[in-house]
Design a protein around this ligand. Structure first.
Ligand code: ATP
Length: 372
């Protein structure tokens, strides 16, 4: 049974209290992260938030200053990369230009002195996985960017790692190809059941592929959850603003539990949700409302959560219309509605932007930064 337990946990990754410090700066700070076996998890955040450093510590290219890292329930923080059951696909997936596709994919296995027959079988299998079976004899220069990327993936999969680490592997591809590869990669991951830890600064990419998204901010984990949870229930204004489009308002909190309101220029916003953190009446707060919850109308209802505005522009976003308005206070409010819905479209028209109370997310503005 020990063997079975190990098999089931082969793809688990756990970071506990992990920090990496350069000089006086924390690249990663006190990070706790548990990745389940077979999970597709994305580390998401802006440049410099510590995602690559986190990935490199899991891969063994970087060592934590504090904390522990386990893979398959075994401590690995002191092991070099080749002793860990992981493989990494880097951003620059440089293939050896003088070796054929098959030789590129076989390189690691040859290095480990794997028997020739087995190398041949496993290379064929890995190329099949990335749908490049017929390209074995090509040279890298004869491949498109997307094809080279798949070969880099095959090269990482040929060792059958329990965990695959991917550092912005699609950043060199154009948008259309990237979107195709996102779907392919997700399907491949599901077929293989391999744990994928994927670094990206692209929130759409993370939303499309991940079982869970770990949003990072200044070396810390800000929020972790399924795409729908980080989108619908952001735990901070930072997450609310980083994922998807958002209208932000700044104002002052009033009311109390069950009926919080925020006075903002042009109106009173009321929320049926509990504010994040510890709300105090009279404190400054940020409010976030998604464009898809904003309704545009020519006649006022007189209710709360309504702000008078001037229609500025309407643009087609495929299946939706994006409407931009400006309030008399100079605040931009964006709305998005299905093309089937009849909305005012005349630039310069007086309109009223409104939304339901459960679309109003309130984030009390943190006062002083808390240092631990
Ligand atoms: P990017 O998307 O730009 O790669 P990232 O989120 O992956 O960003 P990291 O590369 O992990 O961020 O960097 C986190 C922080 O640590 C940054 O402030 C960076 O400048 C710093 N850093 C990373 N590597 C080193 C290093 N070798 N020496 C000093 N500082 C470093």
């Amino acid at each position: 049974t020990t063997h079975l337990v190990d098999e089931a946990r082969a793809g688990e990754v756990t970071l506990s209290g992990v920090s990496r410090i350069y000089g006086k700066n924390y690249a990663v700070r006190d990070l706790d992260l548990h990745v389940n076996a077979g999970e597709f998890i994305s580390l998401l955040g802006p440049s410099g938030c510590g995602k690559t450093t986190t990935l490199r510590m899991i891969g063994g290219f970087e060592y934590p200053d504090t904390g522990s890292i386990s893979i398959a329930a075994k401590h690995v923080e002191a092991l070099p990369p080749h002793k860990r059951p992981v493989n990494t696909v880097f951003q620059a997936y440089a293939l050896f230009p003088h070796l054929s596709v098959a030789q590129n994919v076989a390189y690691g296995l040859r290095y480990q002195k794997t028997p020739k027959n087995e190398v041949r079988e496993r290379v064929a299998e890995a190329l099949q996985m990335v749908r490049m079976g017929t390209f074995a004899e090509r040279m890298p220069a004869q491949l498109s960017g997307g094809q080279q990327q798949r070969i880099a993936l095959a090269r990482a999969l040929v060792n059958r790692p329990a965990v695959l680490l991917l550092d912005e592997p699609m950043s060199a591809l154009d948008r259309k190809l990237r979107e195709e590869m996102q779907i392919e990669l997700k399907l491949l991951q599901q077929q293989l059941g391999t744990t994928f830890v994927f670094v990206t600064h692209d929130q759409e990419e993370a939303m499309t592929m991940s079982d869970r998204i770990a949003v990072m901010n200044s070396g810390r984990l800000e929020q972790i959850g399924p795409p729908s949870a980080v989108y619908d229930d952001p735990s901070s204004a930072y997450v609310a603003g980083f994922i998807g489009q958002q209208n932000f308002f700044t104002g002052t909190l009033s009311g109390g539990p069950g009926a919080w309101t925020v006075e903002v220029p042009g109106g009173t916003l009321v929320s049926s949700r509990e504010p994040a953190g510890s709300p105090v009446a009279g404190a400054p707060a940020e409010v976030a409302v998604r464009p898809e919850h904003v309704r545009i109308s020519e006649t006022p209802s007189g209710d709360r959560n309504e702000i008078r505005s001037t229609l500025m522009s309407v643009s087609q976003l495929g299946s939706a219309l994006q409407i931009v308005t400006i309030t008399p206070d100079g605040l931009k409010i964006m709305a998005r509605s299905p093309r089937s819905v009849d909305v005012p479209t005349t630039p310069g028209a007086d309109v009223y932007c409104s939304w339901p109370a459960d679309a109003v997310h309130v984030f009390p503005t943190p006062t002083a930064p808390t240092e631990s």
